[in-house]
Design a binder for this molecule. Structure first.
Ligand SMILES: [Zn+2]
Ligand SMILES: [Zn+2]
Length: 424
């Protein structure tokens, strides 16, 4: 316990510098025993909790003393500049600037609560206040704080504390006439996403029943398993099929927006930039760098604006005329192929794929095109499936050797005679 140190009476930073020195000197012995490592870890966690508690308190002080404003920055930005990760800075600001949480601060002052737990309690309180149809009076608020703290003391995780706050908010809402149950409350809907270190997008959503129903019914209707051309089962997992369905929904929505938007901005459209002399540096506007292979796949997609740029990032041409099939060519493809040539998905969900890619000099004409849905399109560009034009001027599919070691050509979906629905 370091409760005897009184920050007000002396130079706080100097005292902390002394603690930093002690921690810097700390060396772990190579022959530490299990119980010793465990006991040391417990102390370190206490130190971490205490450090976070003081960090939140000093954040409050920085805010109260206008230090951030004085430097022309918001409090959170100031912490980020000082070396905090953005999420940690946001947490310190929430805890440090929260009002009426003295019991929580007293509890945190002995190191028994991590800042993640304290933050879950603070966010829980604001969630309850936000959901409450009437202002929360001080007695109710302190009862809610006690309830959330008791969950923390019982060893619950921050996520469980957050759930508990949602339950309290639901009960409050259900008790009043115009309060909405959480299931129907759009005001707490959330859609969050962030780019991951490996260049992917991590998506998290929390939706009310109606929005959830819309999402569920569309995703389910577009994610049914599709048999392979040889009749074998769809190898994709359920989650993978749903992700493919979501991408189809986005493409359909993008097309809908494009139809309605009379604007030269690429509204609702995906913008891909390909440097003419360095295709390896192709990049999406938001997500960043993509491989040349993916750039080629995207090149078949009518919903995507491809801009070829020179070394100075100046657009050379937008390449639509050469790249995209015209509406009448698409109608001709529709007449010939009827649907996705690999799985039979409706033509409305297909892109016109170039058998020989336009970037490799492939012509944009009927004999060089076929209809492929999103997931089959990726099979063709990335997973070894080939499409060739047959002697009959219909597209034929050649499976990768992993699917058929002899790589025997298979007819397009609408020309498969061994389909049960035709045979019946
Ligand atoms: Zn398909
Ligand atoms: Zn393609």
């Amino acid at each position: 316990m370091i409760a005897d140190i009184t920050f007000e009476s002396t130079d706080t930073a100097a005292i902390l510098a002394g603690i930093v020195d002690q921690l810097t000197e700390l060396r772990t012995s190579p022959d530490v025993s299990g119980p010793q490592a465990h006991a040391a870890m417990q102390q370190i966690l206490l130190i971490r909790n205490l450090a976070d508690h003081h960090a939140a308190t000093f954040t409050g002080d920085l805010g109260r003393l206008d230090v951030a404003d004085g430097k022309g920055r918001r409090l959170r930005e100031l912490l980020v500049v000082m070396g905090c990760a953005p999420a940690v800075a946001a947490r310190f600001v929430r805890i440090g600037t929260a009002t009426d949480i003295d019991p929580l601060r007293r509890h945190a002052a002995d190191g028994s609560i991590s800042s993640e737990h304290a933050d879950a309690i603070v966010r829980g309180l604001s969630h309850i206040a936000y959901r409450s149809p009437e202002p929360v009076d001080p007695d109710m608020r302190s009862a809610q704080l006690m309830s959330l703290q008791s969950w923390c003391s019982a060893g619950m995780t921050p996520a469980q504390i957050t759930d508990h706050a949602r339950t309290i908010a639901n009960e409050l809402a259900a008790d009043t006439d115009d309060g909405k149950p959480a299931a129907e409350d759009k005001s707490i809907n959330e859609l969050g996403y962030h780019k991951t270190d490996d260049g992917r997008l991590d998506v998290r959503a929390n939706l009310d029943a109606v929005a959830g129903e819309k999402l569920h019914s569309l995703v389910e209707s577009l994610s049914a398993p599709k048999p392979q051309p040889d009749g074998s089962h769809d190898p994709r997992t359920v989650d993978r099929r749903r992700a493919d369905a979501l991408e189809s929904i986005l493409e359909l929505a993008g097309e809908g927006l494009a139809d309605e938007t009379v604007s030269c901005k690429p509204t609702g459209g995906v913008l891909l930039t390909i440097p003419a002399d360095a295709p390896k540096l192709s990049a999406l506007e938001f997500m960043g760098s993509v491989t040349p292979a993916t750039a080629k796949t995207l090149g078949c997609d009518a919903g995507i604006t491809v801009v070829i740029v020179d070394g100075e990032q100046v657009p050379l041409n937008v390449g639509r005329e050469k790249r995209l099939f015209t509406p009448s060519q698409r109608k001709a493809l529709l007449l010939r192929d009827k649907c996705c040539v690999k799985c039979g998905a409706p033509a409305s969900r297909t892109a016109a794929h170039h058998l020989r890619h336009w970037a490799d000099g492939g012509a944009t004409d009927l004999d060089n095109g076929c209809l492929l849905c999103t997931s089959c399109h990726h099979d063709v560009h990335d997973r070894g499936w080939d499409v060739v034009m047959g002697f009959d001027r219909h597209p034929w599919l050649i499976p990768p050797a992993t699917v058929d070691p002899r790589r025997r050509p298979q007819p397009a979906y609408n020309r498969r005679t061994l389909r049960l629905d035709v045979a019946a």
